[in-house]
Write a protein that binds this ligand. Structure first.
Ligand code: AMP
Ligand code: GLY
Length: 423
């Protein structure tokens, strides 16, 4: 099978690494890629926003299957263009990608199918939103409706903070994404991410993970795209997974099919495990980054046939096998991230990969033959172990073998699970 992978982050490096191990693969291409992905795939200079150009490349190279990593091209309709050109593609249509692209869309679906999630209101003007906020009281959560690069959510612990967040959204802080605002009940519990393949009619549970969204140790400082993750998440017990499938994933899949937009791709459910059970915080329509890195380290099965089955409606009867180990990844980011940071800073040394340790590249580039950091999140230092503590020790030992003056990282990835193991 000839495969084209779209994307350039740590998630796509992990997907490329795993797909490259498939006996079914004959040739892997990637666009735009990064130096880590280049070790696994042939990089092609394609403008991935030019959907017609991507389809032309697939035709001229006889690509059998396209795997789309990030949400941007999906929300913009890349999967639709490729499917109508007769090319199999992993990732939902633009209509189905609304599950991530519009929080209001997802909340309405939850309401129709009785999917557990926080009570909510949708607003297009500040006065009505504020009246609802005042009536509900704090804590309360204010969300820009559209894609805001993970920054459109305010978990307001006071009424003043909530009212200010409403004003921020409507004053254009998140551009068009904030033209509509969702106000949502605050959910209390432990967060977990859950991943599940769907071909539109069959769902196949993959695995769970826990991300660390705040930039600083002890979950302090601003939100980021994710500073580290581990899998599995201990809070996702077999019982919680079964309830998640039955109460959240399956009704979502049914709802999407009944609305005429069957969902094919991966459901990434952001969950709050509350005293009542799992509740949906949000959906993403692609793998998490850095959650994908730890999932791929744990997956025993061949990934490629699973993705292809999700794309072609043939998931029924398939299964996924996992290593009975924990995988943990530490994100190394450029100093200043998630604010502004210097570009093209030199990375002088990386740890050597082994069966238990792997470095996935995100914002890196080759400049004059040397590796440099060009992005906010730059490296994912990933390791497996027989416990979270063991995986953590191994990952941080590898982190200390990285020589990059402008890099920083959190020192406490996995702290919740490590505390549990020590209790
Ligand atoms: P999101 O961008 O929707 O993932 O939200 C960012 C973060 O805000 C989530 O990871 C949660 O930590 C938090 N959050 C979002 N919605 C809620 C909610 N209803 N209750 C509590 N925390 C929330
Ligand atoms: N790590 C969170 C995300 O990929 O959205």
């Amino acid at each position: 099978m000839k495969v084209l992978l779209i994307g350039s982050g740590g998630r796509e490096h992990a997907l490329a690494w795993k797909i490259a191990q498939s006996p079914k693969l004959t040739k892997l291409y990637a666009a735009p890629g990064n130096p880590g992905i280049a070790e696994e795939a042939t990089i092609v200079a394609l403008d991935t926003e030019d959907h017609a150009a991507v389809a032309d490349f697939c035709r001229s190279e006889a690509i059998d299957f396209v795997v789309v990593g990030p949400e941007g091209p999906l929300v913009a309709g890349l999967a639709d263009v490729l499917r109508s050109a007769g090319i199999a593609v992993f990732g939902p249509s633009a209509a189905a990608a609304q599950l991530e692209g519009s929080k209001g869309f997802t909340k309405d679906l939850c309401a129709r199918y009785d999917i557990p999630t926080g009570a909510y209101g949708r607003f297009t003007d500040a006065d009505n939103a504020k009246a609802y906020v005042r009536a509900q009281g704090a804590p309360i959560v204010i969300k820009a409706d559209g894609l805001a690069a993970g920054k459109g959510v305010t978990v307001a612990m006071s009424l003043d903070e909530a009212l200010a967040a409403v004003d921020d959204c409507f004053s254009g802080a998140f551009g068009a994404a904030g033209a509509e605002v969702v106000v949502e009940a605050y959910l209390d519990g432990e967060e977990a991410s859950f991943f599940c393949l769907s071909d539109g009619k069959t769902a196949l549970a993959l695995a769970s993970a826990q991300d660390h969204k705040r930039v600083g140790d002890g979950d302090t400082g601003p939100n980021t795209g994710g500073m580290g993750a581990y899998s599995p998440a201990p809070v996702m017990t077999a019982e919680v997974i079964e309830r998640t499938m039955k109460e959240i994933i399956e009704p979502t899949m049914r709802g999407m099919a009944e609305s005429g937009h069957p969902f094919s791709g991966v459901f990434f459910a952001g969950l709050m495990i509350t005293a009542k059970g799992p509740e949906l915080i949000e959906y993403n329509v692609r793998f998490g980054d850095p959650e994908c890195q730890v999932l791929m380290m744990r997956m025993k099965s061949d990934l490629l046939p699973l993705l292809y089955a999700a794309a072609t409606g043939t998931l029924d009867g398939m299964s996924a096998e996992w290593r009975d180990e924990t995988a943990l990844t530490v994100v190394m980011a450029s100093k200043g991230y998630p604010g502004s940071y210097a570009k093209n800073t030199p990375i002088d040394a990386l740890p050597t990969a082994s069966d238990t340790t792997k470095v996935f590249h995100a914002g890196t580039a080759m400049k004059d033959g040397a590796l440099v950091a060009t992005g906010g999140r730059v490296l994912n230092i990933t390791a497996t172990g027989t416990s979270v503590s063991a995986a953590k020790d191994r990952a941080y030992a590898a982190v200390s073998a990285v020589s990059w003056d402008n890099g920083f990282y959190r020192n406490d990835i996995g702290w919740r699970a490590v505390a549990r193991e020590k209790a």
